[in-house]
Design a protein around this ligand. Structure first.
Ligand code: ADP
Ligand code: MG
Length: 437
């Protein structure tokens, strides 16, 4: 590392409210790699996106708050550039000394980022001698700063990326059994693929949140005004059938908290899920369901949890999520492996102050889900895995266009690798900057 200029992609896509960072988990998660590089005598040019500026400069999505937070965490000044590119940035990069770092402004202010434009990628790549991708939360995106730059620079993964891949692949490859998945959150769409993949791995599937509502409809109940997706009912039915064929137990809520409106201070009551009233919304699981979950989890040795069990943003409807969080923490204390993914789920754990008890908190929303589905993450696929402990993973290895060399200045830019198409899934990870606002 000594004397190298490292172009480091991190995921500083943190939730903001009034310009303040609501949850700095993703910044903290990047610290080990940043420190290792600085301590090793590298100078570090950090890139990240924040939110969805769609190729335009949006002042509310500047990375300065992230730089300030990072400065506090590593106690080294982290200057930001006013633009990811430009003469000022070129100059600031050129002046960096070993052990110094800077943060490029939000790469998504340039339309070339999400388009994975080769010219934009080549300009970014000119800021480093090597590329390190530590942005697990953005690894499911084939963008210029996650994938494009790897065509021009020798590429590596960072420590966070390594930790995430290890934790999630252990879960899939050799979970201690019995293995339970708990899936909640708002919508089934976007989780169908992961549910299907998980059914093939787990012994128990526990459903909650709006996701459970769609499954309740699929199993013949009516859910009144509750959030559910009519288009996903067939998929839910198929997943239930798959579970039945494989002998996987599925736990659907037997009771729920229904509310007149999905707001604070509204009227609410507990009812059986067989008799959900037509003009109410189911917003949380009821006490009988919570007891059933607690009992079902008693023998479980491995837990994967994604998605809150209710509308946890409203304290009255956070009961099941809170109870599950406590059970999960107890299980982890007893030696079970507990992996939690999803911005909202982790936010719920942080609110309770028990996030640290879990075995692993995945910083990737959409990326974690796609990894668990067994899909290739473009941000991992561009990094050679031969010789690494993960070379047996289902990662497509795409040879760098010009391995080990920087692009010759005057030649036409190397063709970006066409093998990797941008993902079409809704970006779970990105949503999070708005989720908690
Ligand atoms: P994560 O970010 O952990 O992956 P999701 O984004 O999938 O979780 O889901 C979180 C959202 O789901 C929260 O905003 C929460 O209010 C919502 N939600 C949970 N249960 C319900 C429900 N019963 N009805 C409506 N929304 C729900
Ligand atoms: Mg979310």
């Amino acid at each position: 590392m000594q004397g190298q200029r490292v172009l480091l992609r991190v995921d500083f896509n943190v939730p903001l409210s009034d310009g303040k960072i609501v949850d700095d988990s993703r910044i903290r998660a990047a610290v080990p790699t940043i420190k290792a590089l600085l301590d090793g005598g590298a100078s570090v040019v950090i890139m990240s996106h924040l939110g969805r500026p769609d190729g335009r400069v949006v002042d509310g999505l500047r990375l300065r708050p992230a730089a300030e937070r990072l400065t506090q965490l590593i106690r080294v000044n982290v200057p930001t550039t006013g633009d990811a590119l430009g003469v000022g940035t070129d100059d600031a990069v050129r002046r960096l000394r070993p052990g110094e770092l800077l943060l490029l402004e939000n790469v998504r202010f340039h339309a070339g980022e999400e388009r994975n434009d080769p010219a934009f990628a080549e300009r970014l790549a000119s800021y480093g001698d090597v590329f390190v991708n530590d942005a697990f939360g953005a690894a499911h995106r084939a963008h210029a700063s996650t994938v494009g730059v790897a065509a021009y620079l020798p590429s590596y993964v960072g420590l966070l990326m390594e930790q995430e891949v290890e934790a999630l692949s252990n879960l899939l490859d050799k979970p201690a059994r019995p293995f339970a998945a708990i899936v909640g959150g708002g919508k089934v769409s976007g989780k169908v693929a992961v549910l299907e993949a998980l059914i093939k791995k787990v012994d128990l599937l526990i459903l909650g949140g709006g996701v459970a509502n769609t499954f309740l409809v699929a199993s013949g109940r009516s859910v009144g005004k509750s959030l559910y997706e009519s288009k996903m009912v067939d998929d839910a039915r198929r997943i239930l059938k798959l579970a039945q064929d494989r002998g996987v137990r599925v736990l659907l809520p037997v009771d729920g908290v229904v509310a007149k409106e999905v707001t604070r201070g509204t009227e609410f009551k507990v009812v059986s899920t067989d008799k959900l009233p037509a003009s109410w919304h189911m917003v949380d699981l009821g006490p009988a369901s919570i007891t059933a979950i607690r009992e079902a989890l008693a023998p479980i040795k491995t837990i994967l949890w994604n998605g809150p069990l209710g509308v946890f943003e409203i304290p009255s409807f956070a009961v099941a999520t809170r109870e599950l969080a406590k059970v999960a923490a107890e299980k982890a204390d007893d030696g079970a492996t507990v992996v939690v993914g999803g911005g909202d789920s982790i936010a719920a754990l942080k609110q309770l102050g028990i996030a640290e008890k879990m075995t692993h908190l995945s910083t990737g929303g959409g990326a974690s889900l796609e990894f668990l589905e067994g899909r290739d993450l473009p941000g991992l696929a561009v990094v050679p895995t031969a010789g690494s402990p993960y070379e047996t993973l289902p990662i497509v290895y795409v040879a760098p266009v010009k391995p080990g060399s920087k692009p010759a200045p005057k030649r036409a830019p190397a063709k970006p690798k066409p093998a990797i198409k941008p993902s079409t899934l809704d970006d779970e990870g990105d949503e999070e900057s708005g989720d908690l606002a």
